[in-house]
Ligand binder design. Structure first.
Ligand code: CS2
Length: 490
């Protein structure tokens, strides 16, 4: 049976589906960047709101800005924007729910004016984003907005026919202002510390170039709450599509798998109405800083710490790394010795328990979170997840050997494209070629990779770090066994 609104009543009892009238919903949220994570996290919270609290104003309209979003557009179009969320517990418990919170999806390249009109519609109160760590268009060394990006140049020249998120947001805000409407809140849900402050700075930098009056209005009126989001969501595998077909006679072309754990901590700084998120267990706090730092520096960093050497060793998933005691010990020591000392107190959270819970979540054998997903776009992730920890420890005289080892392993990974068994590694990174170029001279010049100043800044001038880095990179290249080199640090 195809997943469609009209077929829902025929679903097997074991699958729950929206009990609310989707026809009656209003779109309060436009979300840019609908992938697995948005569908397992924010859309799930909103689904619960619609289901339990009968609040009909908060349906989501998804927007895809890239050609690559066409698949999502096609699938959601066929399935009345419905999809199945399959929650996999570590005890083998599986829960399947059809989520109905997304009611519309717009592929921006098909019709920019339709997207601008949707964003500028009076019902739209929030524009949320998951555009990935690399999607913010800033120069990692200076932190400034990158005006050299040709799409940005295009958007400045064609304000009514934009391509980038900045072009869309400002076009819609301009229209709202002209129409006498209040602005929407811009809510970033990416794994970037101070994600709200970051998107605010970028939007304002862009808007100032375009229209100073508009920029002033945005500065005064638009709320950009910082938020911390969390739910491990691996890529969708063909196994799960087959499972739904076989077990439940349900044909869903793009279901989402996730873990049971879910968390959202948001600053209560909305410039327009917001849904009563507190009723759903979302934590609304005055300052999200300690939570986001804790999550990014432990969970996201922990993923990269397992993922990069794990891929080189030949592991294929995070849970496989966790079953390997060298990897799980290495990760815990990284957390204990390098990440924890710089975190400080997090109100209401016991960091030791938090780390224990991360170990359990990572070890969930039913979440086959692939290392190719974890290692993808490391050039955008590591400057957010790991390098700040290194810098802070360099400043404080703290331990740096674990982070440094991972950066050295990343060099090897970018250079060789091979795992320790000789199998080719699939590297997914927009900077793949630059990374390879920098890494390939390592054996003639052990520091070569550190010349990537966009990523490493001035670290190549730090004597203590460079010494540690050369030690690690030589051990990895000469030892030809990354696992053994890790063992040497335990
Ligand atoms: C992962 C995240 O992309 C990554 O490297 O660490 O996607 C992680 O699974 C989520 O942030 C969990 O909330």
């Amino acid at each position: 049976m195809e997943l469609k609104q009209k077929n829902l009543p025929q679903l097997a009892k074991r699958i729950s589906y929206p009990n609310y009238d989707r026809e009656q919903l209003k779109t309060g949220i436009v979300h840019i960047g609908v992938g697995g994570f948005h569908r397992s996290h924010q859309a799930y919270y909103i689904h619960k709101l619609l289901e339990k609290h009968g609040n009909m104003d908060w349906a989501i309209c998804g927007v895809g800005l890239r050609e690559a979003d066409r698949n999502m557009a096609n699938v959601l179009d066929k399935q009345d924007c419905l999809y199945t969320l399959v929650t996999q517990g570590s005890d083998g418990k599986v829960e399947c729910e059809v989520i109905g919170a997304i009611t519309e999806f717009l592929l921006a390249i098909e019709s920019p004016p339709t997207v601008i009109a949707k964003l500028a519609h009076p019902d739209t109160k929030i524009v949320s984003l998951t555009i990935t760590e690399g999607g913010y268009n800033f120069n990692p060394t200076t932190g400034d907005f990158n005006f050299e990006n040709p799409d940005i140049q295009h958007d400045l020249a064609h304000p009514d026919d934009p391509k980038t998120v900045y072009g869309y947001l400002t076009a819609a805000l301009r229209k709202r202002r002209a129409d006498g409407l209040p602005p929407f809140t811009i809510l970033s849900c990416d794994n970037i510390q101070h994600n709200g402050d970051m998107i605010r700075k970028m939007v304002l930098d862009f808007a100032k170039k375009q229209n100073t009056e508009l920029a002033k209005w945005i500065e005064k009126k638009v709320g950009f709450p910082n938020s911390m989001v969390d739910r491990i969501t691996p890529g969708t595998s063909s196994e799960i599509i087959d499972y739904l077909k076989k077990e439940h006679n349900l044909e869903d072309e793009w279901p989402v798998v996730c873990e049971p754990f879910i968390q959202w901590v948001v600053e209560d700084n909305f410039s327009n109405d917001r849904p009563p998120l507190e009723k759903l267990g979302v934590q609304l706090v005055p300052d999200v800083t300690p939570y986001e730092k804790m999550k990014i520096r432990l969970l996201n960093a922990g993923h990269s710490v397992l993922g990069i050497p794990g891929a080189i060793h030949g592991h294929s998933t995070i849970d496989a790394c966790m079953q390997d005691s060298v990897f799980s010990k290495f990760m815990r020591q990284f957390m204990d010795k390098e990440a924890t000392p710089i975190l400080g107190e997090v109100e209401g959270i016991n960091i030791e328990e938090y780390k224990d819970s991360l170990e359990e979540r990572f070890a969930n054998p039913n979440i086959k979170d692939s290392l190719s997903r974890i290692c993808s776009e490391s050039s955008a992730k590591l400057p957010k997840f790991l390098i700040p920890t290194l810098r802070e420890n360099l400043e404080n005289g703290g331990s740096i050997e674990y982070v440094t080892f991972i950066l050295a392993a990343w060099c090897y990974y970018s250079d060789k494209n091979l795992d320790d068994n000789g199998a080719t590694l699939e590297i997914i990174d927009v900077q793949k070629d630059e990374l390879h170029q920098a890494a390939k001279d390592t054996q003639g010049n052990w520091k070569a990779f550190l010349n990537l100043s966009e990523i490493f800044g001035d670290l190549i001038e730090n004597e203590r770090f460079v010494k540690e880095y050369i030690f690690a990179v030589q051990a990895i290249y000469k030892g030809k066994d990354v696992r053994k080199s890790m063992e040497g640090l335990l």
